[in-house]
Ligand binder design. Sequence first.
Ligand code: CS2
Length: 489
Amino acid sequence: MTRLSANTLSSVPAGVRVPDYDRSQITPGIVHLGIGAFHRAHMAVYVDDLLKDNPDWAIVGASLRRPDTKEALEPQDGLFTVAVRDASGTHPRVIGSILKVLDANTEREELLALMASPQIRIVSLTVTEKGYCHDPANGELDQRHPDIVHDLANPEAPRSAPGMLVEALARRKAAGIAPFAVASCDNLPSNGETVKRIVTKFAALRDAELGEWVNAVAFPGTMVDRIVPSTTDDDRAMIADLIGAEDAWPIMTEPFTQWVIEDNFPQGRPPFENAGAQLVEDVEPFERMKLRMLNGSHSTMAYLGYLAGYEYISDVMGDEDFVALIHGLMTDEVMPTLDMPGVDLGAYRDQLLERFRNPALKHRTWQIAMDGSQKLPQRLLGTIRDRLAAGQPFERLGLGVAAWMRYVVGIDEKGEVIDVRDPLAMRMMAIAADAIDDAEDLYIGLVALSEVFGTDLGDNQAFGETVATHLDSLLDIGVKETVAELVRS
Ligand code: CS2
């Protein structure tokens, strides 16, 4: 079978949407760091919708860690499939907005030179929570992070996202070129402000004057939402059948997509609103809503679901007790902490439950369970802090935290090893090994991780009682029984 590429694009079946613009006429305006599946299912699609009328806003992607996206897309001239899946079937579309992918490790100079050139007006990022090299509990740059230590010692050959951004900005400053806007599309609370704090700090550590200059750069906040499970070999085979060509890395996603953007792009931006994005003055409330409702539910379902033997989120949603738990978590514990005038939170919740149920979206609980130490603070712990401050209960959120603690022990209910992927995995496993199944010791060991829990939660009696009681129950009677008892009580 032929490979998807510029030459074979014309043979894609008529029903499959392909770029409606001349790809030889588009030029880059955006560099995107962290060119993974999430970006390709989201921003790359919005830009694809706009290139016909705005040809100077194409994307050059960069991978900071592995060159696998470059390897997949290069032989395809950057073309790839986005397949929207639901009960009605699989609907593929070929996206052409990514001109090229650079590997930051081997093509660093080319990437930095491009980022420093005036045609690039936006640098966007999806480098995941841990890619910011920060302390998730307080959102500050982690100055002891090995990549940060490396990049401060070798500022011209950076390997971290903050290091890359600052080196490119320093080059622009030296050349008298106005800075690009930095648009984080990651699931961080107040992602614009958080990334600004981290990057400005890094710049100031390099040089105080550069720090001041970077402090004036625009860091628009964004809230990005689309569920994107990792692609499997079965997906690849299915897509090849549908588009009549081989695509080494098609992207599977859901019909839903949402992008809320703070309108702060001094060097201009594509008219994202024409592709369905919402441009607003303050993204923070939307981010909080999404992180607490969607991602808080996701993480709770991921840990509990994985331990209960459910491979996919849609399997978790087939268990009525789990559905009652998540419904109650959102309704009784999260929604009262949100202030969203004009948004029907009940409808938002029901839509989330529907999205989680999507039977065609094979979204692994294990995938969402990854990097919990980086995710918990903004997904569950912030909500719990609000509940504690208001003197209100947080049983279900507390069970979510306890489930994470149970999960990172690294052994499931059948005694099998769990592949725990987390920057803190080694430390957490050492804590678990010392605690040997004692809920109280396990709780005390894990809650002392201040980069996750800060310094307040460990000393909080109500937090300790709620979480440790659930953890004890998870270890004692197991996940399914614990969930069933909680929803019945
Ligand atoms: C998920 C998110 O993997 C995860 O942690 O919770 O990637 C989630 O699918 C997206 O935020 C949806 O927009």
